[in-house]
Design a protein around this ligand. Structure first.
Ligand code: NAD
Length: 371
């Protein structure tokens, strides 16, 4: 089985889909590995760091003979054109944004496993790259908050007197939010969490934070949230506004699959925040969770700072690559056995992760977006 790994070319992308430790494991599975030269440089891995690997400079040449192609970001269209019909691509795709790419994967009869489609079930946790990358992002968000503010977080006693702990509010408590809460707790902040899925209350409390109960339940399908009605938004604002006003640091992570990021914080709510407070908006990729957010920028609104970094996992690229590469390995292990590819389509993880196969778009949401 020939596996080819692309060098990432998207701006700000600092990850690589294969790290040396996983290359060794794939070699043990019997794979022949081909890596685009310099693919690891983004995380300071020179080609020489990889053993059992053949290098090629040209991405089209690299993939033309491969059975499986690995990437982090959706690959360029001309790379898909160079792939063998019936070969396999494993990467983040985001079909709702990448409709031309998805149509091409279908037309070229590529079997594409889209990493964002890995089902959020217990058995798939080891392949769940959305979770591994979000956990890193939450950590980064909490620390960026702590270092973007001219205050300390832990309650500290000095000879001159003591400092009260800082207050961190985490809005949207999925994987990234829980990681932000855990990190903010570790540095001694008083932490509050808020989400529209009431079942997270227990998880927030188990991390030693307080759950803000708004009485709204907006559970959607598959463990995700749905969009809110105007009435629900008002009900939430009535409860949440005073917590926004009391916070030193707010970390927002709210997302709804396939939709722009919900606006959790209005302009008026930002204007009412404490002087010197900061918002770390981890939902910038989808447009951001505040009405002021400018994705990729750090802005000053009155006395409040809003930081909205893009591609946050890349900012922790070494660990992000390590975890992502392991996620991909665990998926590959499901269908590469005895040096051959054998996809069991009755396996829920493989069936649900499949975006395109045999000239068809297999994911319903993606199909609607493309056709
Ligand atoms: P996500 O990135 O889609 O969204 C982040 C959070 O924002 C979610 O908790 C969501 O409820 C929340 N949100 C959306 N709109 C909001 C609003 N208007 N106000 C406040 N919060 C809002 O979520 P995720 O981190 O990818 O997690 C999605 C789900 O998958 C969760 O239920 C999570 O527990 C579950 N999950 C399960 C597993 C597993 O069992 N293997 C693994 C990972 C995640």
């Amino acid at each position: 089985v020939k596996i080819a790994v692309l060098k990432e070319t998207a701006p700000r992308e600092k990850r690589v889909a294969l790290v040396p430790a996983v290359a060794d494991k794939l070699a043990k599975l019997g794979a022949e590995l081909y890596l685009q030269s310099g693919a690891g440089l983004a995380v300071k891995l020179a080609d020489a760091a990889y053993k059992n690997v053949t290098f090629a400079a040209n991405p089209q040449g690299l993939v033309s003979d491969a059975d499986i192609v690995l990437a982090v970001q959706p690959p360029p269209l001309d790379v898909i054109d160079a792939m063998k019909e019936g070969s396999i691509l494993i990467s983040f795709i985001y079909a709702h944004k990448e409709t031309a790419l998805t149509a091409k994967l279908r037309d070229r009869k590529i079997t594409c496993f889209a990493m964002e489609l890995v089902p959020r079930i217990t058995r798939a946790q080891a392949m769940d790259a959305l979770s591994s990358q979000a956990a890193l992002a939450g950590y980064y968000g909490a620390l960026t908050g702590a270092t973007s503010i001219a205050r300390m977080m832990p309650m500290t006693t000095f000879a001159t007197g003591s400092i009260r702990p800082g207050t961190v509010l985490v809005m949207g408590v999925g994987v990234a939010g829980l990681s932000a809460i855990a990190t903010a707790r570790r540095i001694g902040a008083k932490v509050e969490g808020y989400d529209v899925r009431p079942e997270v209350k227990e998880q927030v409390e188990s991390l030693g934070a307080k759950f803000i109960d708004t009485g709204v339940d907006a559970r959607g399908t598959g463990g995700y949230a749905r969009e809110l009605t105007a009435e629900e938004k008002e009900k939430i604002a009535a409860v949440v506004t005073k917590h926004i006003q009391a916070a030193d640091i707010i970390i927002t992570t709210a997302a709804i699959p396939g939709r722009p990021s919900p606006k959790l914080i209005s302009k008026a709510q930002v204007d009412g925040m404490k002087a010197g407070a900061v918002i770390i908006d981890l939902a910038a990729e989808g447009g951001g969770n505040t009405e002021y957010t400018q994705p990729g920028e750090t802005i000053q609104v009155g006395q409040v700072t809003i930081v909205a970094p893009l591609n946050v996992p890349s900012l922790l690229g070494e660990h992000a690559s390590e975890l992502y590469s392991k996620n991909q390995y665990n998926l590959i292990e499901l269908f590469v056995k005895d040096k051959a590819i054998n996809i069991d389509w009755t396996d829920e993880v493989l069936a649900k992760t499949c975006l395109t196969h045999g000239g068809e778009i297999k994911n319903e949401m993606a199909k609607k977006a493309v056709e």
